[in-house]
Design a protein around this ligand. Sequence first.
Ligand code: ARG
Ligand code: ZN
Length: 873
Amino acid sequence: QPIHLSDYRPPAYLVKHTELTFDLDPSATRVKARLHLQRHPEADAGAPLVLDGEALELKAIAMDGQALEADEYAVSETELTVFQVPESFILDTEVEIAPKDNTALEGLYQSASMYCTQCEAEGFRRITFYPDRPDVMATFATTVIGDSGSEPVLLSNGNPVERGELPNGRHFATWEDPHPKPSYLFALVAGDLKKVEDHFTTMSGRDVTLQIWVEEENLNKTEHAMASLKRSMRWDEEAYGREYDLDLFMIVAVNDFNMGAMENKGLNIFNSAAVLTHPQTATDATFQRVEGIVAHEYFHNWSGNRVTCRDWFQLSLKEGFTVFRDQSFSAEVNSAPVKRIEEVSFFRTAQFAEDAGPTSHPVRPDSYIEIGNFYTLTIYEKGAEVVRMLSNLLGAETFRKGSDLYFARFDGQAVTIEDFVTCMAEVSGLDLSQFMRWYSQAGTPEIDANGEYDYANATYRLTLRQRTPATPGQPDKLPLHIPVRMGLVGTKSGRDLNLTLDGQDLGTDTVIHLREEEQEFLFTDVAEAPVPSLLRGFSAPVKLFFPYSREELAFLLANDSDGFNQWDAGQRLVLLALDDLIAAHRNGVEKVMDPRVVDAFRDLLSQDTDDQAVLAEMLMLPSEAYIAEQQLLVDVDAIHAARDFVKQSLAHELRDEFLTLYQENQSAGAYAPTPAQIGRRALKNVALSYLMSIEDPQAITAAKQQFDADHNMTDVRHALTLLVHSSRGDIADPALKAFGTKWAHDPLVMDQWFTLQVTRPQADALDRVRYLMQHPAFSLKNPNKVRALIGAFAGQNRVNFHRLDGEGYRLLADVVIELNRLNPEIAARIITPLTRWQRFDEARQDLMKAELERIRQEKLSPNLYEIIEKSLA
Ligand code: ARG
Ligand code: ZN
């Protein structure tokens, strides 16, 4: 029963104003809704009123104050229909819901002792009967009634307008949100929460109160999120001219949450893992992630809330744009090249895999069964890459004009991706019609590049050929408009050469536009033989193939002026060496390390660098998942063995260099999540990883010392992971135990404790997963725990998940079956590794498919149904 984009119709009735009253109770919360409805100007006069509603018990219904008779309306599993309604009227309903039984964590649910909501995309229909679609925007007035003792804090969107005591130890608070919004942005929080408060003065001089609400024991973990929020607010004013529009902005941390966070108007709700930090409990990566997510949700206030989506097919309109905005912000406040390297290496591993798998879909899908399945890397990350291409095509200044126009023209409206792109076309005068294919065509485009230097004529001929492989439902693809940023690096001088194309002087770094299936670019006056540096900064989300020799890659690694491509050349060089080693492993031949890789790494280590974080990235080997992504048929064991071999060879050959690097970059002084400190820690810890791969005695001592020193979580966790992943059980076990006991009270640290154990490469990992699932700190009802234990095992521990006895697959399927009942959204996500069966050998394919078939026998939620059917199609 898929829904199609082409079936979009405007709603028959609009809601102008919504009044809600919640009388909270774990098993019987009463929700009264008073909707001020109006027929859409284009709708039929006789159109019935149809409201969405799921798992609601209707207690009362009245129109314009008059209770409805039983034959005047009908209630189904998913809808309430009122057969005859006037052009404009008031509808009152009262329903009962049970937050404590809501393990799906959509709608109103309980997390520990507090009540909270998650309404995007379609959770509001589990709260009350409503036209639960983003193109219905209303002002809201919400009254929350709770117990004065257990729920002293009662929050909703907008501004607090009234509060007071009620009989029987109850109290209430009323909130008004003056900005019309769709139901998916509604939020309510109630519980025994404590707050930290701060202030922000907007560019027009208004004072905004900022609050972060947490459980009391987490009050000391809010500082970084608050600082990030203030930086974000300032940045959005400066970079986009966007000012905050209420007097109050609240963030609430909750432990049970399906995703990272949610941008509800004025009341952002966060997974505690995406907001709480402390040097002793959170790693550098977490500090940076929190900063990025706080920014992301804040930026949604304009890109998402003030201007929202017409329908859920347009999801990337707000998500792609907002991810691009948070990425730009993070690049500016941190090390920009490192940010880009991290983004791209994640993107090429995970989004490329999604694009190549059975659930591949365009940035704007044309159909779906369950929208909850479409909060994907394609909608978010590829959507952001598409916006980034627009920004690069237009240039920063013109792009800003386009965004100003978009916000001005569509403020308060629910719009489409065309509306956004049209603004960009208007301000730039560019024809973006071919570019629009990026939104409708799924799959990762591939470019075959070839180059030829003509010594006699001093010309360089670059040929680019593009194709996009077929994806489910899209057998034939059209050529895309692909911006390829590039330079030519002279092999004599090591410098970027001047580029002259069609008689035009383009400087040393330019963007060429590939629009045809095949195009030739002839550069003239090329002073010396060059190595091309292509797709600089990952200027388009494509795979680019060029027949580089290893010498050329080593040359680019040393000489490319583009930091990103320097890093990429290193990755390509290592991948070539890995190819040989994977083949050797398969053929049972002795593995030999390519000396060119060792030399390239030695050169890296001998250079003085001022950006430790970039160097750390350059020294990191591609992940097993990324290596797998390069292969048609994935050989998990060969990949693991080959990668270990490279790591150990480098460690043996460059032992002293790594040891020096480790010692020179020791943490000194108080912890701060500054780019400089983070870079030093990253570099030091990369060095330690190499040394631990050969279990160098000095490294073991260092890891143990680093763990014992207990300076900050980044160092502690890294050291503990290395010990636990080594064969040195004698050292690892006491450390692991000490850590588990020390942090038993802190769920976010326990998540890390789970992850680092179940990702160990040793053969006992799967037994550990089963064992830890019985641990008192584990619960299948908590998504963070599921991700930390099951998600980490299936996603990161490739050798053990893909065991040939099929036990890894069986374990994941068992969990998926349980989660199908408890939390369908999480079930449909955690299953991902099983859906990628096409890439493995026949024995594994059969085992994986058998587990998918076993799951298929269950009574499936729509979420899982859609994924299973697509995976087995
Ligand atoms: N809009 C939220 C964000 O990107 C995510 C909401 C996810 N909702 C869901 N049902 N998956 O920040
Ligand atoms: Zn978002």
